[in-house]
Ligand binder design. Sequence first.
Ligand SMILES: Cc1cc2nc3c(=O)[nH]c(=O)nc-3n(C[C@H](O)[C@H](O)[C@H](O)COP(=O)(O)OP(=O)(O)OC[C@H]3O[C@@H](n4cnc5c(N)ncnc54)[C@H](O)[C@@H]3O)c2cc1C
Length: 371
Amino acid sequence: MLFRYGANVDTVSDGARGADVVIAGGSYAGLAAALALGPRALVIDQHEIGAIQHSACAMPLTIAERFGVRDAVLQVYRDGYVHTAHGSTRFRLDPAYCLFDHQRLCRALFARAGARVLRARIQGLDGHTVLTSAGPIRGGLLIDASGWAGALATARRPDLVDTRRLTLGMEVEIPGQQDGIHFYFDPDLIPNGYAWLFPGGDTLRAGIGACDPHAKLRPGLERFLDRLGLAGKPTRGGRIPWFDRPPTVDDIFLAGDAAGQCVPLTAEGIRFALHFGELVGRIARQVLDGERTLPDGLATYRALVRRHRKRTALMRFAQGFVGVLPNRAIHLIAELLATPAVEPHFMGRYARWSEPVALPPPTLPCGADLA
Ligand SMILES: Cc1cc2nc3c(=O)[nH]c(=O)nc-3n(C[C@H](O)[C@H](O)[C@H](O)COP(=O)(O)OP(=O)(O)OC[C@H]3O[C@@H](n4cnc5c(N)ncnc54)[C@H](O)[C@@H]3O)c2cc1C
């Protein structure tokens, strides 16, 4: 049986239900953490694993290969295009990008992880007891991978979610075929944002996003579809934080959108959710195995996330220009970035951003005499 909802939640000594590690959220970050933890992890999600898709689901092909989910890939992109009102610029994608089937990818990760899952809505946190619609669940370690709303961490830090710093996105999926991955920067479609067209085999995912949380996306999406000669109703969408959040809140680890790890400007969050989810899972496993203390695990994770932040700061700076630069300037910047002297350097560095990292040794061995 693929799913083991609820049945296998351990009963700990005092009769409460619990698990070594409770992971809030069974999407990219949560499942990557579960991969490292196996049956010691209990994943809590309000939906069936893979049932709800918010994302357009594009990521570097190397990430699909690294996480062993090549089978979920629907189309590989070797070229990317930036379209403005002043022309189109082609980028060679090296490494290549791909579009994947969300459900297939999530189910493959979950099956491999061998973690347990509880289908329930997280409603709060009392100490280390997660309050859910299926009753209280005690977690030895807590990982918040519940996306932008941060279901666990906000119980300790209600100000974690800043609604002014959420990107909004909306997408339609319609039959059709196309080559390459396409981005459209055009204030006539959406000011302070962009539209996209991601082909996936026999369907096209066309969407629109804006950094302004009050942006009206639907009229822009209709204009975009009209321009492409397509028609369809939006079927999915959501919010993404574009500002860094703390990677730990007290003794809770945060990964993926819960920690604001999605990259500003490109809104690429999946590979970073997988990357940091996996890191958190590996650190949590070391803590469980007594190879690291929990404070050391939390500090190690914070240090690893700090490196990521330097680059997100740069991307946030670039994002700030989208709504203010004349469209012609955006076109000229795209042309400059696509020149042979710049492109391999720029695209290569961007694509290598989430390469696997080795965990540093613990600063103080477990059980060391502090005196
Ligand atoms: C329209 C749109 C298009 C996008 N396209 C791309 C793209 O092409 N490529 C890319 O890299 N990124 C894309 N992103 C961003 C990407 O979707 C996110 O960065 C990514 O999903 C973050 O993964 P996550 O695991 O951290 O959180 P999520 O994928 O948001 O998963 C959170 C999980 O937690 C569960 N959960 C939340 N609250 C609770 C609760 N209270 N109780 C129980 N369970 C709960 C949810 O059900 C969900 O399963 C897009 C985003 C949007 C909105």
